[in-house]
Write a protein that binds this ligand. Structure first.
Ligand code: A2P
Length: 295
């Protein structure tokens, strides 16, 4: 079973959830069902992933009560703006088949149009006040984006979901989150971004790292389990993605061992300071060809 963390507004979030980034819609329902059957109680999706309907279907097929599953989703940038973001909530909730979303976050800052980012976040604040969402937050925010957001909004983000794995540990973001009381949530927690096909050549998968491998052998666990344990022991939330039932089960089987302080330090030392995903300041996400369909 999963452990829980408490967000800054006292809402409890299962520490480990299933990620569905790049889960094809036709595999997503089965993955969600497998995860919920294996004990997961948290699914992280996004309007931009195009699989919210299938996530909702997997949750319904599991037979679990709605209140037993923590649903997190994200507003895509083409829906930023006050009224647009309120409507984005309606689209996501309808596709998911729910009245309330547990955690709704902004998918990216839009540094080039920060006023729309602010307006979108203010819409999240309104949704929170109305009880349509239980917690709100952000994703891919760097410390200066957090600072700019805090200057113009009231509710401290409950979560900042960022790329974070042993090759990119984002210590400055983690410090900024901690100073605010914002939970750092790791996307690509086992470094999927270091080996996704088509994301650049010549990259080394952190799953093949020698240090991770040595620690995995010492605990009779897999490299993925070692990385997930590293996150959990350092207080982060994680959302490993898999559509494979065996790996889905493996990824939640991380609550029965402890890494030593020395092992945590050794993993921290693997940081290369190079992100695998897009730089939130360099990419203008509004230029990406992605519009979110009506429900
Ligand atoms: P698959 O869906 O076929 O299992 P991340 O969440 O860090 O981005 O990682 C996701 C990637 O890692 C996907 O390619 C996923 O593929 C793969 N993956 C997920 N769990 C494991 C595991 N336990 N061992 C190896 N690869 C895994």
């Amino acid at each position: 079973m999963t452990d829980f963390l408490t967000l800054n507004n006292d809402v409890r979030i299962p520490t480990l959830g299933l990620g569905v980034f790049q889960s094809p819609p036709d595999e997503t329902t089965a993955a969600v069902e497998a995860a919920l059957g294996a004990g997961y109680r948290h699914i992280d999706t996004a309007a931009g992933y195009g699989n919210e309907r299938e996530v909702g279907e997997g949750i319904r097929r599991s037979g679990l009560d709605r209140s037993d599953v923590f649903i997190e989703t994200k507003v895509w940038v083409s829906d930023y703006g006050h009224d647009e973001t309120l409507h984005a909530f309606e689209k996501s909730a309808t596709k998911l088949g729910v009245d309330q979303i547990d955690l709704l976050i902004l998918h990216q800052p839009m540094p080039q149009h920060f006023e729309r980012t602010i307006a979108a976040y203010q819409a999240l604040e309104a949704l929170l006040a109305d009880g349509r969402v239980r917690a709100i937050g952000v994703s891919n925010f760097m410390p200066h984006h957090l600072e700019a957001l805090r200057a113009e909004t009231d509710v401290v983000p409950a979560v900042n979901q960022v790329e974070l794995h042993p090759y990119f540990t984002q210590s400055e973001v983690q410090r900024a989150d901690a100073a605010l009381g914002t939970l750092t949530q790791a996307w690509s927690p086992i470094g999927g971004i270091t080996f996704y096909p088509g994301w650049g050549e010549g990259r080394k998968s952190v799953l093949d790292d020698d240090t991770i491998g040595r620690i995995a052998v010492a605990h009779d666990k897999s490299p993925a389990q070692v990385m997930l344990r590293w996150h959990l022991q350092q207080g982060r939330s994680v959302i490993p993605k898999s559509t494979n039932p065996d790996r889905i089960r493996q990824n939640i089987d991380v609550f029965d061992f402890d890494l030593t302080e020395g092992e945590l330090v050794d993993i921290d030392a693997l940081d290369r300071g190079v992100r695998g995903g897009p730089d939130p300041d360099e990419v203008d996400p509004s230029t990406w060809d992605l519009e979110i369909s009506e429900a």
